[in-house]
Write a protein that binds this ligand. Structure first.
Ligand SMILES: Cc1cc2nc3c(=O)[nH]c(=O)nc-3n(C[C@H](O)[C@H](O)[C@H](O)COP(=O)(O)OP(=O)(O)OC[C@H]3O[C@@H](n4cnc5c(N)ncnc54)[C@H](O)[C@@H]3O)c2cc1C
Length: 292
């Protein structure tokens, strides 16, 4: 299907120019385009009908992965392929980002799609919202009113809904410091390997010197609420040393506290089984990465 007519196209070189371009149209009339992997489908199907597209691909300030002294900042326009290939994410607290980005869609999607686009679109089964939620990032946004930051927990409201103002640009996804003795992981399962998953599970665990879990964040993708944390599962992990019995107890708590719906992809029992199996794998990896 061809897109409906789009009257205007803007290709800013700076964040300030991008914000000005959005603000020069009425609220909701101009939309950013990042990788276009979700937006172009939405335009073709007439789910959205922007009067102007503000193309962010030339805004160098929005790209790249920067880290120093444990702090980390990922530009919103950083593509999946760059995150998947970022060697420092091979282990430790940010490994879930690499796990997730490495398996988003197919090669074409990973070469075009961006972390910022995924968070702003916030599709219910998307991988990066769940991974970033488990890692507890802070998001930096710039709009006509200036700059603000917001916790990822407050940014992701529900499927296809975020706290981003219509004329705001997501600039970066930030962490002030990497927690010590921490490890994270993400894993998904879908009927089609190169597509959005039926269920995805992300986790971050922090361990005490004796290997017992002192903090945990656990997030799911693919259920009706979209990217969501499961506090009951996180609480059940406290004190665990990553043994199979304690992980299974925590995952039972997860299944008892989420809406495991049935649809044409999977019924509720199957979704529960995916949460248990993927959850066991993810938590085992996160504990191992934290210990290393
Ligand atoms: C074949 C296929 C398979 C896929 N498989 C998966 C998968 O396995 N897992 C998965 O998670 N996803 C998957 N996706 C979705 C993919 O991850 C999209 O790339 C992602 O959802 C959107 O990122 P994008 O950069 O393309 O954003 P776009 O489509 O360009 O934009 C998405 C939305 O975000 C807004 N936006 C983008 N950047 C900004 C910004 N910096 N500031 C403000 N607003 C912004 C846009 O206005 C738009 O509303 C798949 C997509 C396809 C086509």
């Amino acid at each position: 299907m061809y897109p409906a007519k789009i009257d205007d196209y803007s290709r800013p070189a700076t964040i300030a120019e991008a914000v000005a371009a959005l603000a020069s149209f009425g609220v909701g009339e101009a939309m950013c385009i990042a990788g276009g992997m979700s937006l172009m489908q939405a335009i073709k199907s007439r789910l959205v009908r922007p009067a102007c597209l503000v193309d962010l691909q030339d805004v160098a300030e929005l790209r790249g992965i920067r880290g120093s002294g444990g702090a980390l900042s990922i530009g919103a326009m950083t593509r999946y392929v760059e995150i998947a290939g970022h060697a420092p994410f091979a282990s430790g607290p940010f490994a879930a980002l690499r796990d997730a980005a490495s398996h988003v869609g197919d090669r074409q999607v990973r070469n075009r799609g961006t972390i910022g686009g995924s968070l702003c679109w916030n599709y219910m089964a998307a991988c990066l919202p769940a991974a970033v939620l488990a890692l507890g990032a802070t998001l930096r946004l710039v709009g006509p009113g200036g700059e603000r930051t917001i916790a990822i927990d407050d940014f992701l409201i529900g499927p296809l809904e975020t706290a981003r103002g219509e004329q705001e640009v997501l600039v970066s996804i930030d962490w002030k410091s990497a927690p010590a003795r921490s490890g994270s992981a993400y894993k998904k399962w879908g009927l089609v390997k190169d597509a959005l998953p039926v269920v995805g599970v992300a986790a971050l665990v922090t361990l005490e010197a004796n290997g017992a879990c002192s903090a945990a964040r656990l997030a799911l993708a693919g259920l009706t609420a979209g990217a969501q944390r499961v506090p009951a599962g996180e609480a059940a992990l406290l004190g665990s040393k990553g043994d199979a019995a304690s992980l299974d107890r925590a995952l039972e708590a997860v299944c008892a506290n989420v809406d495991l719906h049935s649809d044409h992809w999977a019924d509720a029992a199957y979704r529960g089984q995916l949460v248990r199996q993927l959850g066991r794998d993810v938590l085992t990896s996160a504990f191992a990465r934290a210990k290393n």
